[in-house]
Design a protein around this ligand. Structure first.
Ligand SMILES: *Cc1c(COP(=O)(O)O)cnc(C)c1O
Length: 381
């Protein structure tokens, strides 16, 4: 981070999130450029970060939106996404959420159960509308990521299982206000082993065969999101969109007229955001030194919830003796720790810390626990 910015931050109350909009622009352009090579369609997974300037920029770049609640659908549309490019997923869509998405005429409901299809049909019928849906199919592919963010195994609650598909087709036949337009898959998040995506393509090919043998060719194949970022090398890292899309282009077997859609969240916004926090106290224990920050699990819960790694830099003290610290928050839980035994230059009260790669699933997961104050986000440019 440049000196000018650090100087500017010194006069601000902490903690707050900082977003490098220039870097976000670069990331979006890279993703868009690689996807366009193959005519792929991109939706941004709004749940990763729904700050208005971020949504506005992503919408301006021509992305569609991927939403997981009715409120997300509304916020996406309020911030410039076209309803005709909004998809709505989630295992538990309430009637009012479905109704508001029907009123907005969104592109597609990604349906996760037979009962959900029946409910959407009823609600669409009451409005005299036809809802476009995709079937979210659980492909039973291991994403090789943290078990809390694995979603494509048959033991997970997500999607429709292969053995249910016959029943799904008979439900669809009875559902006059539903139009099946696609098949949808999302196997998990923070996926860094790209062979998981290759495995997904071969499952999709098999599932397509099943539909094809029943004379069904859908227009949309939606491969979901999940491309991971490198939390250990946050500076200037743009995910390998080229390789990611190349895998789908090479291995997906498409029928004529089929479109491929993706729903990327973390890989677009993860590296543009940081949590900026101040050192409140240094505490020297018998075996450990603690740097106690004014941010904790209430501002960034990923280390505590997923055992996630985030690079941490002391922006104020950069020279001097190297000392190991546990970097902890003020919350009354021993899990409220960002890093253990991190070696830093000697740290003092008032130093500014940057916790990196926090643009995705950071600020959006902040809570009111302890009624701590998270100050307004700062944006570069
Ligand atoms: C969360 C989610 C995504 C985005 O996942 P990332 O790992 O952030 O890319 C895409 N699709 C669905 C259905 C999701 O729930």
């Amino acid at each position: 981070m440049n000196k000018e910015l650090i100087h500017q931050f010194e006069s601000l109350p902490t903690p707050f999130y900082f977003y490098d909009m220039d870097f976000l622009t670069k990331t979006l352009d890279a993703a868009k450029g690689e996807a366009e090579k193959y005519g792929f369609h991109l939706h941004y997974a709004v749940k990763a970060n729904f700050n208005a300037p971020i949504l506005n920029l992503i919408a301006d770049k021509g992305f569609g939106a991927d939403c997981v609640s009715g409120r997300e659908v509304e916020v996406a549309v309020e911030n410039g996404f076209k309803p005709s490019e909004v998809v709505f997923a989630g295992v538990g869509k309430s009637d009012s959420e479905i109704n508001s998405a029907l009123d907005l005429n969104i592109f597609c409901f990604n349906c996760e159960s037979i009962m959900e299809i029946e409910v959407i049909n009823e609600l669409a019928k009451a409005k005299g509308k036809t809802a476009q849906i995709a079937l979210r199919i659980n492909p039973n592919v291991n994403a090789n990521t943290h078990k809390y963010i694995t979603t494509g195994l048959s033991e997970n609650k997500f999607g429709i299982n292969m053995w249910e598909l016959d029943d799904v087709l008979s439900t669809l036949q009875k559902s006059e206000n539903i139009e099946l337009i696609g098949l949808h898959f999302h196997i998990g998040s923070q996926i860094t082993d790209l062979t998981s995506f290759k495995n997904l393509t071969s499952k999709i090919n098999k599932i397509q065969e099943w539909f094809y043998s029943r004379q069904i060719i859908v227009k949309v194949i939606n491969a979901g999101g999940g491309l991971g970022i490198d939390y250990h090398n946050p500076n200037g890292q743009i995910p390998d969109f080229a390789e990611y899309f190349r895998i789908f282009n090479e291995f997906l077997e498409l029928r004529s007229g089929q479109e491929v859609h993706f729903e990327l969240g973390r890989s677009l916004v993860g590296q543009c955001g940081s949590l900026i926090s101040r050192v409140l106290y240094i505490k020297n224990g018998l075996k450990k030194n603690f740097a106690i920050l004014d941010a904790g699990m209430t501002e960034l819960i990923r280390p505590m919830l997923y055992n996630a790694h985030h690079e941490i830099e002391n922006l104020s003290s950069t020279s001097g003796e190297r000392i190991k610290y546990d970097i902890v928050g003020p919350i009354c839980e021993s899990t409220d720790c960002f890093a253990k035994d991190l070696e830093l230059s000697e740290t003092k009260r008032g130093d500014l810390f940057q916790i990196k790669s926090a643009g995705g699933y950071g600020e959006v997961m902040a809570s009111d626990y302890n009624l701590k104050t998270l100050h307004p986000a700062q944006y570069s440019k």
